[in-house]
Write a protein that binds this ligand. Structure first.
Ligand code: GRF
Length: 206
């Protein structure tokens, strides 16, 4: 089995999509071996517990309070994943930017989900910023992308899958969020299938 870690900070609906896909056979040979949350109140923790998947709350605050550099946190996070024999890492609403102290431990094995098209609205609140740009007449559509994370650039890297999402004039922000999240849940599973389950991905497990 190819062992995934899913890193979350919040609601965990994308984690749920991955859990559902692994348990329903949509991602054959793939298992979620570990969920990590940097926030204690993240609802995704309950989803992991319900699915019987190990979950670790791993906050940054003790490091910053002790005056330790961010790279210590990232290196310890990588060690945690290695202890669970994790091979691939999925950032599903993870609200930290990972440094090379983490990324170099999982080269070409970190996958990020971004609720906008490649190159558009990197960083937080991407859906809201796209919505506001639409209101100003600057864009006609937005989208979702799944990409590899080769370096410390935010929401950038080789695109694995992308899909446009329309914005309609009558949309509320909540309407657009719901439409984007539905695409995210499908596209993330599709991208993981391409990376981990397609014939060309033989050897994805190391
Ligand atoms: C998603 O929109 C993801 O693209 C963004 O944060 C959100 C996480 O949602 N980076 P959830 O926690 O998976 O429900």
């Amino acid at each position: 089995m190819t062992r995934l870690a899913v890193l979350i900070s919040g609601f965990g609906s994308n984690l749920q999509a991955v859990l559902d896909a692994t348990s329903s056979g949509l991602l054959p040979g793939v298992e979620v071996a570990l969920v990590v949350s940097n926030r204690k109140e993240a609802y995704g923790i309950q989803r992991a517990i319900r699915a019987g998947v190990p979950v670790v709350y791993f906050p940054l605050a003790p490091y910053t309070q002790a005056g330790r550099p961010r790279t210590d946190y990232d290196a310890d996070l990588a060690s945690l994943l290695e202890a669970f024999r994790v091979e691939w890492v999925v950032l599903a609403g993870w609200m930290h930017v990972l440094s090379n102290a983490f990324l170099l431990r999982f080269p070409q094995r970190v996958v990020n989900l971004h609720p906008a098209l490649p190159g558009a609205f990197p960083g937080t609140n991407a859906i809201q910023r796209a919505y506001e740009a639409f209101q100003r007449g600057e864009i006609a559509r937005t989208g979702v992308m799944v990409h590899l994370v080769p370096d410390e650039d935010v929401d950038a890297g080789p695109v694995v899958a992308q899909e446009e999402v329309p914005i309609f004039p009558q949309d509320s922000l909540a309407d657009l969020e719901a439409r984007i999240h539905a695409v995210e849940h499908r596209l993330l599973v599709q991208a993981l299938g391409q990376l981990l389950c397609s014939p060309s991905s033989q050897g994805a497990s190391r």
